[in-house]
Write a protein that binds this ligand. Sequence first.
Ligand code: SF4
Length: 379
Amino acid sequence: MKKLGLYIHIPFCRRKCLYCDFCSFVDLDESVEQRYAKALVDELKLYGKRFESHVVDSIFIGGGTPSLFRGGSIEYLMKSINKNLRIAKDCETTIEINPGTIDAKKAQAYKRAGINRISVGVQSLDDEVLKKIGRIHSRQEVFDTIEMLRETGFENISADIIFNLPGQNVESPVNDIKEILKTGIKHVSYYSLKLEEGTPMYSMFDRGEIRVCDDEDERRMYYSGRREMAEKGFLQYEISNFSLKGFESRHNLKYWNREEYLGLGLSAHSCLDDLRFSNTTDLDKYLKNIEFGKLEYETLEEIEKSEAEWEYMILGLRKTAGITYKDYEKNIVINRDRFNDKITALVEKGLIFNDGGSIRLTEKGLDLSNSVFIELMPD
Ligand code: SF4
């Protein structure tokens, strides 16, 4: 049976963070919530028997802020998923939550719904920084939320932390890491701030109203956070992801292993066989289409084998374990030798390490990963 990852997008937030360019809206009310939850279920039903021969071994409810939905809506959603798809007994089922939008009652509903992994949007543990970036929560709410989740029985908790935020100095992120690791979480996603054009923060930066550190200090933040996590037993398994052994995110590994996943909901992306497609970002259009029983994609493309192989290479190299020769031979079939010269050149530049059984990025390669991926592009 083929394995499948399932992504469900809940595009609502209480307020828009200043750096955010994700597809999310702030006008959620009860009737929109009900309509949207039903649309997700109906969208899945529209696929009919398409996934009869698949078993879902990871589910990720992301956003937006899925924890804005009532616990009952998440239970309804999970019940319908279980009715319409074959779910593996050990399925990893994650929900993204933001402190300030969840209480014990909601967390208990998640337990009943079968959710076994929680990803907490922490971003920073400095109240001033949190305010500067437009987050709705405080540092204390982060600690209270994690404690409440642990008391409810959630063991597998991840925290998202952003570094190089306005208002931070070089030491701030590592201090955040030190504090968050003390809460007993098992996984950290540690990302550098990306100033996306079109966001309020991008304009503020453009006008000189906020500052971030230069490239050298940005790297120091990355290294010090990484070092701290290594000292506490957190293994780096991807450029930005760290966990205690056995707590790697199965769902995210699917993306980096270029495995199949189906996305449901507004703007959700899917990758099935050699097809890649995405849903509309227009909420009204999405709801109406589904209510009319229509599956309509905003983008739909057939991926040529040669492009799929390149994707396999660049996604696989994001993992610190890299790509084994055995997997390479299974996935690079048009011409086994097509990447040889490029890999040899990257090894000579000290960007890729070849141990005879696998290839992976070196320390320098991890820092310059984007240049490595460009060099591997088809000519
Ligand atoms: S909570 Fe997340 S999705 Fe919502 S606005 Fe903030 S960054 Fe964007």
